[in-house]
Design a protein. Structure first.
Length: 283
């Protein structure tokens, strides 16, 4: 596996030798000192060029970066909208990965951690490595209400899907909606505990760093396989964890927790769990 120095030298020297490339920006995890370094970090690179056309869908050009294991070009995928830029997502056979984009647009600092690797024309704005843009943001009262309402409402959809033996629907409701709202509440809880000065990472990947051991074990228990008994157990564990963190967030901000929705829905879930498959009525 090529070293970080070898990879950066390759990226920078390629740009130096090509007059069409005027600047090189690196963003992503390698530009963010708050992110622990590991062997799977991508090189998120942007080449600022005079004209994107020569680099558009040019597989010959990217051969210089190494032997490919797999390539993805988002602008050529189904449903893609061409905004004039072009990207190559390159996974190499040696384990390295470069997400390389070409743009002719003027670079503007949006607050994302970044590093200027090359600036031939000395016209790039100063950039920083502060990751405040990723810090958890505090919720409004409506954010909190909507999260609680949607969590408990869609928990009933999970129950309905299980009773009907509609596994894809039940799991979509659980993982795409119920878990999404659980993550929102955990995010606010972690932010509250850390003065909203931390990031939980993409998809909550840093939850283990911020939740107590007991809370993280509860979170782990919210994952299940396809067996409906385990889905039920996971759903109830998700409810227990949601309630626990939501009460803390509510107290902190002075928001009202939906105790009655919680109580009634939990009773409904337990009822549906025991409902015979040949039932003619819910109640």
């Amino acid at each position: 596996m090529r070293t970080e120095k070898e990879m950066l030298d390759l990226i920078i020297n390629t740009a130096k030798e090509d007059e069409r490339i005027r600047a090189v920006i690196m963003n992503g995890s390698r530009a963010n000192p708050s992110v622990p370094k590991d062997i799977f970090q991508d090189y998120d690179i942007c080449y600022i060029v005079e004209d994107v056309a020569p680099f558009f869908n040019n597989k010959e050009y990217i051969k210089r970066f190494g032997e490919l294991l797999m390539l993805q070009m988002p602008e050529t995928m189904r449903g893609a909208e061409n905004d004039g830029n072009f990207a190559y997502l390159m996974q190499f056979a040696d384990g390295n990965r470069i997400d390389l984009s070409f743009t002719s647009e003027k670079y503007e600092d949006d607050g994302e951690p970044a590093s200027v690797l090359l600036d031939k024309d000395n016209d790039l704005p100063s950039v920083g490595t502060d990751d405040k843009i990723y810090h958890v943001k505090s919720p409004t009262e409506n954010d909190y209400f909507s999260c609680c309402n949607d969590f408990w409402w869609c928990s009933m959809n999970v129950a309905k899907g299980i009773w009907r033996d509609e596994l894809p629907y039940a799991m979509e409701m659980y993982n795409d909606v119920v878990r999404k709202e659980l993550h929102s509440m955990i995010d606010w809880y972690v932010g509250m505990k850390n003065n909203f000065a931390v990031s939980v990472g993409k998809s909550g990947k840093y939850y283990k760093n911020y939740l107590s051991e007991k809370q993280y074990e509860m979170y782990r228990a919210t994952f299940s396989g396809a067996d409906y008994d385990y889905v039920w157990k996971s759903l109830f564990k998700a409810g227990d964890l949601f309630r626990s963190v939501a009460l803390g967030v509510g107290v902190h901000f002075g928001f009202t927790y939906l105790h009655e929705d919680d109580r009634r829905v939990c009773a409904y879930l337990k009822h549906v769990q025991k409902l015979p498959k040949d039932a003619k009525e819910v109640y």
